[in-house]
Write a protein that binds this ligand. Structure first.
Ligand SMILES: C[C@](O)(CO)[C@H](O)COP(=O)(O)OP(=O)(O)OC[C@H]1O[C@@H](n2ccc(N)nc2=O)[C@H](O)[C@@H]1O
Ligand SMILES: Nc1ncnc2c1ncn2[C@@H]1O[C@H](COP(=O)(O)OP(=O)(O)OP(=O)(O)O)[C@@H](O)[C@H]1O
Length: 299
């Protein structure tokens, strides 16, 4: 018997970052939108805990116990006093170290899959608690849709969304480390007064209306200057997408994936074509959101 769970990537339509806290994290006002790029995690009983991975970026994924899917299985097993001996297979389509929460997605998916396999009877809140211990983005990968994350980004409030938003994503030729981007944010902000992060009411209204023009006017990412500082070539990718008609162009989370909000699938195709032709990125994908969080796809 095995269980397969499908889990989406995310884009941050607002990422407001406060000053560094004493624990090294930053308080956020983090507006997440789940988008239709998916990983699938399949869990099967085995003699020992083992992780395998397939997909274009598979060689970049650690297969030891640092893999967030393995850590999720271990955390759930420890909670229920059972052995974590399973085979976790990750079919990976979400870019690795791309700022789209790929590792977090696998953590949430493995948790849901093991929970179904082991029939633990854990409540949703218990699962969300384990997710928050695994990483700041992991709870959102479980719930999907759209949500405002405060604290480290792990304290979620679901958000209403009035329609589908269409996106183009450009993957860069190398990844960026999330802690390195937060450190660069701190360095760039040295000596300045960094305000407490607050969600934009205009942005929440744009999401609720399903209005792409209003959303384009309000998207923001406080980590973008830090990501551009570490990866200056991204400025060219952003400019290419804007020139091709994207309503908004921004770095996704800690980057280096760049995200382009477009009006409809036709304009997504045009922006994607321009990005491919420009040679300023590794691969280009189109997607839409919101889409549900980690969901059992097959038993
Ligand atoms: C950039 C985002 O992807 C936006 O959604 C997230 O804030 C990052 O979430 P994540 O990858 O799950 O991050 P975690 O695994 O919790 O933390 C990795 C590292 O990122 C930094 N970090 C993360 C979240 C946060 N609110 N403040 C931080 O400063 C810390 O250096 C931390 O050690
Ligand atoms: N299942 C996993 N898939 C990918 N990377 C993983 C996984 N588990 C652990 N990692 C490690 O996490 C690092 C960051 O990978 P990930 O793809 O989650 O980055 P990210 O999308 O930038 O994350 P985020 O958007 O949450 O900041 C990788 O370089 C890898 O070493």
């Amino acid at each position: 018997m095995s269980v397969t769970v499908r889990v989406p990537a995310k884009v941050n339509v607002q990422l407001a970052v406060g000053p560094a806290r004493s624990d090294g994290f930053h308080d956020l006002a983090n507006v997440f939108l789940a988008v239709s790029l998916y990983d699938e995690v399949t869990v099967t009983p085995a003699d020992e805990l083992r992780v395998t991975c397939e997909g274009p970026d598979a060689d970049l994924v650690p297969l030891d116990r640092t893999n967030l899917a393995a850590r999720a299985a271990e955390a759930l097993a420890a909670r229920y006093g059972r052995s974590p001996d399973v085979h976790l297979h990750i079919a990976k389509d979400i870019p690795v170290a791309g700022g789209m929460a790929g590792g977090s997605a696998d953590g949430a998916a493995a948790l849901v899959a093991c929970d179904a396999l082991w029939e633990t009877g854990a409540s949703r809140d218990e699962l969300l608690g384990i997710c928050a211990e695994l990483g700041s983005d992991v709870p959102f990968s479980l719930v999907g849709g759209a949500a405002l994350g405060i604290g480290r980004g792990e304290q979620l409030t679901p958000l209403e969304v009035g329609g589908a938003f269409h996106w183009v994503f450009a993957m860069a030729d190398r990844g960026l480390s999330t802690p390195a981007v937060f450190r660069e944010f701190d360095r760039l902000g040295e000596g300045t007064d960094i305000p407490e992060p607050v969600a934009s009411q205009e942005l929440l209204a744009a999401l609720a209306k399903g209005d792409p023009d209003a959303l384009a006017a309000t998207v923001s990412n406080d980590l973008q200057p830090a990501a551009l500082s570490l990866h200056p070539e991204l400025a060219g990718t952003l400019a290419t997408g804007r020139a091709a008609g994207a309503l908004a162009a921004l770095v996704s989370g800690s980057g280096p994936t760049t995200a382009f909000l477009v009006r409809d699938p036709e304009s997504a195709a045009a922006v994607a074509q321009a990005l491919v032709s420009s040679g300023t990125c590794r691969t280009v994908r189109t997607a839409s959101g919101p889409t549900p969080g980690a969901t059992v796809a097959g038993l």
